[in-house]
Design a protein. Structure first.
Length: 473
């Protein structure tokens, strides 16, 4: 039979298949269409070394001197000004894949801005630790020796968490085999950062991007081929999880699912957003930060302002903080896997004002510059120790101030009528026999704390029944 090529023949079964195809294609995993597009206003200096993941460091007092700290897989870390120019290249420590940071980490007698980077390549395979020196804006290596070395085959991704319950600091390590390790971070006693493994979660398959919510206590992991999972961020939270979104039918993600970031606010009415890099589509997906993380919108970064768009983004970060006139309502930062127009294999980061993103949806997304990430981990805790707690009169006791937080004033009450206003480590001599309650009040600009230890100091004949207690201190 010879068919007329110009004639369209109606075939009921074929029509159903085609119709189904037309319905499926726009919502399928491969061609999810962006709801809106934005353009960068700044891009960082490009490098031939492969950038992957950014973290935004907020300057403590001069917002415009904040920095973008980015990883260079083959090289290390690069820190950039908010206008994209290079501040520092850290190239002596290894090849970093992911980077995250938190403020107020207790190290020595200071509270530091701690940067954690996944030092990926074997045989390094460790977590690298840096402090940002706020005076020089330079990264200073504070990695303990030996460094944190995971049991997974390769440190792939990392993100940090500060527990709102305990104020403890954690780093999550993600891996190609899908195992996620949660390490508690602390001072090794010599002013360097070390850690202890607290939990291992089996996400399932290759997982890199992650982010933890320091207020809600949620931990999100991006299983690259599958989607985004939500776990509890506390080490005792086990492996229970819920799916936020998927790369499958009905999902809004296109594999690989890569970087995750949280936009915080102080608003109960709109606590902000979870953002994800949908790498396979070179798009970004926005969800509500509050449970159940409802999908809001998808956007991409297209050429504009003389800057190219983004392609196959790995890591992202976002902040609500005022960062000077160029980013007065915060910034969204995305890795660009192919910087143009030179097309010479270089990569960089694109910076988009948050104010340009919020108008992409109806109603617009929230702007709230009041949330302060520099307050996370800042906890006023009055605490002290003594070199000796009992003995015959006269008993001279050297007290150590172990208080944490931003402290302006202190008041010690030694229990025998003596007192001191020193915030350092006062010495007090007890001349009369007795049991004395020692108290310490600490006062800061934002909060205060008070602790009291009844009968902490015992002056008199040495009581051997207390010896085990003394030795245990
Ligand atoms: Ca990051
Ligand atoms: Ca990846
Ligand atoms: Ca990557
Ligand atoms: Ca590009
Ligand atoms: Ca460019």
């Amino acid at each position: 039979m010879v068919k007329n090529k110009g004639q369209v023949q109606f075939h009921p079964v074929l029509a159903v298949i085609l119709l189904a195809g037309l319905i499926l294609i726009p919502t399928g995993a491969f061609y999810a269409l962006a709801n809106f597009s934005v353009s960068a206003t700044v891009e960082t200096q490009a490098f031939a070394g492969d950038h992957d993941d950014p973290a935004i460091w907020i300057h403590p007092s001069i917002p415009a001197q904040s920095m973008v700290i980015g990883t260079l897989k083959g090289t290390g870390l690069a820190a950039y000004n908010m206008n994209g120019t290079l501040v520092q290249l850290v190239s002596q420590d290894g090849g970093m894949n992911n980077v995250d940071l938190r403020y107020n980490f207790p190290l020595g007698n200071q509270r530091i801005d701690l940067v954690v980077a996944a030092n990926r390549f074997s045989p390094i395979n460790t977590l690298a630790m840096y402090r940002v020196n706020p005076n020089t804006r330079k990264l200073e290596n504070v990695t303990a020796i030996p460094p944190i070395t995971p049991t997974v085959s390769e440190v792939y991704g990392t993100c940090m968490y500060v527990s709102p319950d305990t104020n403890k600091y954690y780093a999550f390590i993600t891996s190609k085999e899908g195992l996620v390790e949660q390490w508690e971070l602390f001072d090794n006693g010599a002013g360097k950062v070390t850690g202890a493994l607290k939990r291992t979660i089996d996400v399932g398959s290759q997982t890199e991007g992650c982010v933890a919510d320091d207020v809600s206590g949620d931990f999100y992991a991006a299983e690259e081929d599958v989607g985004i999972w939500k776990y509890g961020a506390e080490p005792g939270d086990g492996s229970a999880r819920t799916a936020v979104d998927s790369t499958g039918p009905g999902g809004h993600l296109t594999a690989d699912v890569e970087g995750l970031a949280i936009y915080y606010t102080n608003k109960n009415s709109d606590p902000g957003y979870l953002l994800a890099s949908s790498q396979g589509a070179s798009e970004y997906v926005i969800y509500e930060r509050r449970s159940p993380n409802n999908y809001i919108a998808t956007f991409d970064i297209v050429p504009g302002n003389g800057i190219d768009g983004t392609f196959r983004t790995d890591g992202i970060d976002v902040t609500n903080v005022f960062l000077g006139p160029a980013f007065s309502q915060g910034v969204f930062i995305a890795h660009d896997g192919e910087d143009e127009p030179d097309d010479d294999g270089e990569t960089n980061f694109k910076l988009v004002p948050w104010s340009n993103i919020v108008t992409g949806t109806t109603p617009p997304l929230t702007i709230d510059t009041s949330w302060d990430p520099r307050l996370v981990g800042r906890e006023m805790v009055a605490n002290f120790a003594a070199n000796v707690t009992c003995g015959p009169a006269p008993l001279t006791v050297n007290f150590t101030n172990l208080s944490t937080g931003e402290i302006d004033k202190c008041l010690w009450l030694f229990g025998d009528g003596g007192h001191s206003a020193s915030c350092d480590n006062p010495t007090h001599t007890y001349t009369e026999d007795g049991r004395y309650t020692v108290s310490l009040a600490v006062i800061g600009p934002a909060s205060d704390d008070f602790t009291s230890r009844p009968g902490y100091i015992e002056v008199g004949d040495f009581d051997t029944t207390r010896l085990p207690l003394i030795l245990a201190q």
